[in-house]
Design a binder for this molecule. Structure first.
Ligand SMILES: Cc1cc2nc3c(=O)[nH]c(=O)nc-3n(C[C@H](O)[C@H](O)[C@H](O)COP(=O)(O)OP(=O)(O)OC[C@H]3O[C@@H](n4cnc5c(N)ncnc54)[C@H](O)[C@@H]3O)c2cc1C
Length: 530
């Protein structure tokens, strides 16, 4: 098969990737969007709470920046943070222009209804009831499907980037990407002037996560293998409140429920946040998640309870229609009773290091959205800042790409699988997948120790060797590609955690409970391992 040639290739069809695709296509560029399932299946679709932006005259960029810096516990990049928040008005304008509907304030009629979430000093979260992500992604998808400059490759999973050093061209430059067409079981070579990684986070590294199955850290792993700097992977945000039910697959109960007055209680009705933080339920997520973890371990309980039943049924159903309906489906009426909740892995704060133009340290390779590390989230993400980052980093990448002169395409070598055979036992893949996620949950979760990290690393090394053997000798499958990326992402998390000898933001170590004076970003690069 010949190379498929595009001006830009975007790997990932969430809010960040689709925004890149749309703006590039609106500017006349031929774009491919590669997505491993159908477009709707991404973290972006699941976002409930909303998108943070400075739009009220009583709010200010400085106040939003300050809240972000406080949550980030000293590790935010000030320049990037200021840039992203200064761009928030423009990001909202882009979304409104393409047809996104945000919930309006009932009293004023025209103004947006703004909610408040943990760590924000004021109400500044625009939302579409409690399914903001769905509204944003569905609107983007509608625009994308109508644009003739965009070709969508669903059920296609990216395997690895094609770098100059592997094909005798400019060493530190990306020329394209190998992609598995899942339906035809064939590897396709995509050739382009730029590749944008928009592959989202890595929640599936953990046993319990709010993320959908696609969040396997593929972009971060591919970028690491390509020589990109990977920053601050130790900072994994655990969402404090996911519905605790065997069949609910960690359904998230939005922070907005606490923002609107939800109280966290033990089974006996005791409101325990008063023992942990004076901000009570509106303390930042890491503090709330650790408090829940502490109470569950102390009392030997499987969950705690989130209670908003003191508000009127009308208020609850109007503000949280999806959460209300989902809880009801699982037998909990949140207008009358407290909902059982547990923490789960939610957001990858670290990722592929990028500059103010979303460029990585590999030429012609960009990273946007959750897979990127801009420095906005530092050691902990402020709620609803990530959708904002998706849109702003997408616009930054596009602006840089549009400013570059086009070059000639160079024909790239096809994928060679002449030496591999069909996989003999799929069970090894599913077993390794489960083992990895359980080890990460048990040893690299909310509270860490040196011993636990060493245990995790030991298991990761064994799994990595086995998976490498499989990857080298058998025909590729989507599961194998994801597992290979998952184990590398897990390794990056553990190695980063081992390097941090303090407790900061989302990284809490019993062996290093204090804060160091010097604030350092953890950077990993494959070249340091050679
Ligand atoms: C339940 C939940 C609620 C949230 N609520 C909020 C909120 O209220 N506000 C907020 O700001 N943030 C929220 N977040 C976080 C936010 O949704 C994400 O950070 C953001 O949507 C990420 O967007 P993205 O475009 O970077 O990635 P995603 O939306 O995850 O999209 C990534 C896409 O890449 C594809 N992909 C991955 N690897 C490959 C590969 N190898 N080949 C091909 N395709 C690939 C995936 O299939 C996926 O479609 C929430 C997250 C979750 C899970």
């Amino acid at each position: 098969m010949k190379n498929l040639k595009f001006d830009s290739i975007i790997v990932g069809g969430g809010a960040s990737g689709l925004s890149c695709a749309l703006i590039l296509a609106q500017n006349g560029k031929k774009v491919a969007v590669i997505n491993k399932l159908r477009l709707e299946e991404c973290n972006s679709s699941y976002a409930q709470g909303g998108i943070a932006a400075v739009i009220e005259s009583s709010d200010s960029v400085d106040a939003h920046v300050n809240d972000t810096l406080v949550a980030g516990a000293g590790l935010c990049n000030l320049k990037h943070t200021q840039h992203i928040i200064e761009s928030s008005k423009d990001a909202i304008k882009f979304l409104l222009d393409i047809g996104v509907h945000f919930t309006l304030d009932k009293d004023s009629g025209n103004n947006f209804h703004l909610t408040q979430e943990g760590g924000h000093s004021t109400r500044r979260i625009l939302h579409s009831t409690d399914s903001t992500g769905k509204e944003i992604t569905n609107t983007l998808i509608k625009n994308i499907r109508a644009n003739p400059n965009i070709i969508i490759f669903e059920d296609h999973i990216a395997i690895d980037l094609i770098l100059g050093q592997k094909i005798g061209l400019i060493k530190n430059k990306c020329y394209g990407i190998y992609v598995l067409d899942k339906n035809k079981n064939k590897v396709v070579t995509f050739n382009s002037h730029n590749v944008i990684l928009a592959t989202g986070g890595a929640g599936k590294v953990y046993l319990y996560t709010t993320n959908p199955d696609v969040a396997t850290g593929d972009g971060i792993a591919m970028a690491y293998r390509a020589g990109c700097n990977i920053a601050n992977m130790e900072f994994i945000q655990f969402h404090p409140t996911c519905l605790y039910h065997a069949n609910a697959k960690s359904f998230l109960i939005s922070e907005a429920v606490r923002g609107e007055g939800g109280q966290l209680k033990l089974a006996n009705g005791y409101r325990f946040m008063q023992d942990h933080d004076q901000r009570l339920e509106l303390a930042p997520r890491d503090i709330v998640a650790r408090a829940i973890d502490y109470e569950m371990k102390k009392h030997g309980h499987d969950c705690v309870y989130l209670d908003i039943s003191h508000k009127s049924a009308n208020f609850i159903i109007e503000h949280f229609p999806t959460i209300y309906a989902t809880c009801k489906k699982y037998g909990f009426d949140m207008t009358r009773q407290a909902i059982p909740v547990v923490p789960a892995a939610h957001y990858t704060c670290g990722g592929i290091e990028t500059d103010l133009k979303s460029r990585t340290n590999v030429e012609s390779l960009y990273a946007v959205g959750e897979c990127a590390y801009t420095g906005l989230h530092g050691a902990n993400r402020l709620a609803s800042n990530s959708l904002l980052e998706c849109i702003v980093t997408a616009k930054d990448a596009v602006t840089d790409i549009l400013g570059k002169a086009s070059t000639e395409f160079i024909n790239l070598p096809e994928w060679d699988e002449s030496w591999v055979t069909n996989i003999d036992e799929e069970v090894i893949i599913s077993h390794n997948w489960d083992e990895l996620r359980r080890a990460m949950w048990d040893y690299v979760g909310i509270v860490r120790t040196n011993k636990r990290l060493e245990r995790a690393m030991h298991r990761i090394n064994l799994l990595k060797a086995e998976i490498h053997d499989y990857y080298s000798n058998f025909k590729l499958s989507a599961n194998l590609i994801e597992l290979r990326n998952l184990v590398l992402t897990a390794e990056l998390i553990v190695r980063s955690a081992m390097k941090r000898h303090e407790s900061r933001g989302l990284h809490f170590s019993k062996d290093y409970p204090g804060l160091k004076d010097k604030m350092e970003t953890t950077i990993l690069n494959i070249k340091d391992m050679i």
